[in-house]
Design a protein around this ligand. Structure first.
Ligand SMILES: NC(=O)c1ccc[n+]([C@@H]2O[C@H](COP(=O)([O-])OP(=O)(O)OC[C@H]3O[C@@H](n4cnc5c(N)ncnc54)[C@H](O)[C@@H]3O)[C@@H](O)[C@H]2O)c1
Length: 394
């Protein structure tokens, strides 16, 4: 296929054109072979007129007041409408609330193009399901959910995606495909929060929750393992379920599971700070003046993404208590806390030796593969992956 990558950010396009990837999962060699095979990054929307299929994958953040910001989708739809050709297929892939494709994208496309969706062009929704850093499940082998405005639109999108993914899962309509994505994210959000709440009382009860999860996992049916941690980050868990709770409020309900999950997981950085304080106290030290080393400050393992990372509120809390917070992260050079730039420790061994307390926040392979943590004075492991006499699990 001939593929254009249209982006409004000229520096993204410039770097892509030079073969420099800004995406963790796509290395520059892969990008170069894509460019050699005809991939064209561009800022020129004219390319839409030359395209039979147009995929929209723009950001869907929240406003300052926590409501969905679909301004990027609206802007993209407007530009597409000015270049849309009869017979083409438009697919929205951005995560959003059910109703967006039909009620927001469709009228913008129709007004700008003078064409009718479902008759003159096909309109579908297919959620983006990429899991950054996941070596096992990528674009090709992760089933792709697809829903269309009409059965013919669904069929057209299924035919398109079947060329690039192994399994395509059609839904009965647009809203079901939109809802499926939010269902997946909300399910994770609620179950991670359940584990976070359990971690707090399991500690008091002297129960190793990770060991109990391993035991529960041996049941071959009716249980799926989720794990506690220092809080949730990224986009899918802290942001996306708000799209659903916003929609649910519009029909007069509160989505209490989401609100509760948010409240519990948002408290985890403060809980980790309290556990750090307790660990230092046990060693007859105060947080004030102690050197606390945070290992891994990204929101998930083996990626460089810092969006909504719980390491940031944790670092802010520990600094407020007077700790000297340092960090080591093979993916991050500079970590900004309360507007101040912290520079990463260059040497894990030296950083561990200088720390009164080490807090493992992210299970990056490079950190776990190092033997050096065995020499640390004390390690608070928020991921339940370390063992040893100096290790305490969350
Ligand atoms: N990144 C993921 O792993 C992931 C996973 C699942 C779902 N999603 C969803 O995919 C969507 C995109 O996320 P992302 O992480 O790729 O965002 P991103 O911010 O990394 O990239 C979006 C790109 O869109 C560009 N853009 C903004 N407005 C534009 C416009 N009108 N026309 C052309 N380009 C425009 C931006 O410049 C940016 O380069 C979101 O809805 C997100 O929730 C992302």
């Amino acid at each position: 296929m001939r593929v254009f990558g249209l982006d409004t950010n000229p520096s993204v396009v410039e770097r892509l054109s030079k073969g420099e990837s800004h995406i963790d999962d796509i290395d520059s060699d892969q990008l170069s072979s894509m460019i050699n095979a005809g991939f064209s990054p561009t800022v020129e929307p004219d390319c839409i007129s030359d395209s039979e299929v147009v995929l929209i994958c723009v950001p869907t953040p929240l406003d300052d007041d926590g409501t969905p910001d679909i301004g990027y989708i609206e802007a993209a739809a407007k530009v597409i409408s000015q270049h849309l050709q009869p017979g083409s297929l438009v697919v929205l892939e951005s995560t959003t609330y059910p109703g967006t494709t039909q009620d927001i994208v469709r009228p913008i496309l129709e007004t700008g193009s003078g064409l009718t969706a479902g008759t003159d062009f096909c309109l579908s929704y297919s959620p983006e399901r990429i899991d950054p850093g996941n070596a096992e499940w990528g674009l090709r082998n992760t089933p792709k959910v697809v829903g269309g405005l009409t059965p013919a639109c669904t069929e057209r999108a299924v035919r398109f995606y079947t060329q690039i993914v192994d399994t395509v899962v059609p839904t009965v309509g647009l809203r079901e495909a939109e809802f499926a994505k939010l269902l997946e994210n909300t399910y994770r959000h609620v179950n991670i929060a359940l584990m976070n709440e359990m971690a707090v009382f399991c500690h008091e009860l002297g129960i190793d929750l990770w060991d109990a999860i391993e035991a529960a996992k041996s049941k071959p049916f009716g249980f799926e393992a989720f794990y506690p941690g220092p809080g949730v980050g990224g986009h899918c868990i802290p942001i996306d379920p708000n799209y659903l709770s916003w929609l649910v409020r519009s029909v007069g309900y509160r989505f209490r599971f989401v609100e509760l999950a948010e409240e519990i997981s948002d408290r985890m950085p403060a809980y980790v700070a309290k556990r750090a304080q307790d660990a230092l106290n046990f060693a007859r030290k105060s947080v004030n003046g102690s050197v606390i080393l945070l290992l891994g400050v990204t929101y998930k393992a083996n990626v460089s993404d810092q969006r909504e990372t719980p390491a940031r509120p944790l670092a802010a809390l520990l600094r407020k208590l007077g700790a000297e917070v340092r960090f080591f992260d093979p993916f991050v050079d500079v970590f900004i806390v309360n507007g101040e730039e912290l520079t990463g420790e260059p040497n894990l061994g030296e950083a561990v030796a200088a720390a009164d307390l080490v807090v493992l926040l992210q299970a990056h392979d490079e950190i776990l593969e190092s033997e050096i943590l065995g020499t640390a004075e004390h390690v608070l492991d928020t991921r339940g992956v370390l063992t040893g006499g100096n290790v305490e699990r969350l």
